[in-house]
Design a protein around this ligand. Structure first.
Ligand SMILES: C[S@@+](CC[C@H](N)C(=O)[O-])C[C@H]1O[C@@H](n2cnc3c(N)ncnc32)[C@H](O)[C@@H]1O
Length: 282
């Protein structure tokens, strides 16, 4: 991820990907190259049958850069995105996929078993943020993964390249995915390189119990860990951690202030007194 403030901290995705940003994004040749490389790798990780066109869903398809990797391999695809401006650019670029305006966090709306595979490039980290008062990231992630699971053909895969902010986000995402029924885990390409390192969440929707997690690239002979597999055993300890902060606690207040800042409201700076009980007040 490029340095500087992360896009998810600046505004909700439907506002961040404005008309200007959507055009800038799709005319930056370095960006196009990176998105294409990551999309091709995601399609490879789907392990689709060779020489058979498949029906694929692209989540957070944006202006269609990721979908192009699917078109190049003769797959038929459907994309959805929350930014109308990104989709406008996709229409202008005459992408081959059918595209929809939708928020992944509200769940999928497809018939059971529709897709032979799912890719998502640089979008999943957005679901870890609460952009509205009513947003609960664990709940949105669970709704997303459980409805996605149902929309996929049994035995198919979903591959998400994403930019987690920290290990708690990886845990939050994988916990909700496993609760929804998926198995699989993280595949890390080039784990020893700050620039080239890429993280892929590779999920299996049922099917053979012994599906093997693919190996990450760029680690031959270096002994770095490139895979972390998860099972869908439920863990009460983890579930307790996913719960919201206790109302009126310091964490609860800090989360609320951060949400308001992202909404562009005037919020007092945090200090050591934030959330402290004032004498005489209960
Ligand atoms: C970095 S762009 C990547 C676009 C495209 N996948 C590519 O590779 O060029 C991330 C996309 O995720 C979309 N996105 C973020 N949150 C979303 C959500 N909750 N539902 C649907 N799309 C979302 C954004 O609107 C944006 O178009």
């Amino acid at each position: 991820m490029a340095s500087g403030r992360r896009p998810e901290h600046q505004a909700p995705p439907e506002l961040f990907y404005s008309e200007d940003e959507a055009r800038k994004y799709t005319s930056n040749s370095r960006m196009i190259e990176i998105q294409q490389q990551m999309s091709e790798r995601a399609v490879e990780l789907l392990a689709l049958p060779e020489d058979t066109p498949c029906y694929i869903l692209d989540l957070g398809c944006g202006s269609g850069l990721s979908g192009e990797a699917l078109t190049m391999q003769d797959h038929v695809w459907v994309g959805l995105d929350i930014s109308s401006h990104m989709l406008d650019v996709a229409v202008e670029r005459e992408v081959e996929g059918d595209i929809f305006l939708a928020d992944m966090g509200q769940g999928m709306f497809f018939r059971p078993g529709t897709f032979d595979g799912v890719i998502s490039i640089s979008a999943l980290q957005w679901l870890c943020n609460a952009d509205k008062k009513t947003h609960s990231p664990p709940k949105r992630l669970y709704k997303f993964f459980s409805t996605l699971y149902s929309a996929m053909r049994r035995g198919s895969r979903a591959v998400f390249q994403f930019y987690p902010e920290n290990s708690s986000q990886v845990e939050l995402i994988t916990t909700q995915a496993m609760k929804a029924g998926f198995t699989g885990g993280m595949v890390v390409d080039f784990p020893n390189s700050t620039k080239a390192k890429k993280m892929f969440l590779c999920l299996f929707a049922g099917g053979q119990a012994n599906q093997q997690l693919p190996k990450g690239l760029g680690t031959e002979g270096k002994g770095a860990q490139t895979q972390v597999a998860y099972s869908n055993a439920r863990d009460m300890g983890k579930r307790r951690k996913d719960r919201k902060s206790v109302k009126k606690s310091r964490d609860w207040i800090l989360e609320k202030k951060e949400r308001r800042r992202r909404q562009g409201r005037d919020v007092r700076p945090d200090s050591k007194f934030t959330g402290r009980r004032r004498s005489g007040k209960f």
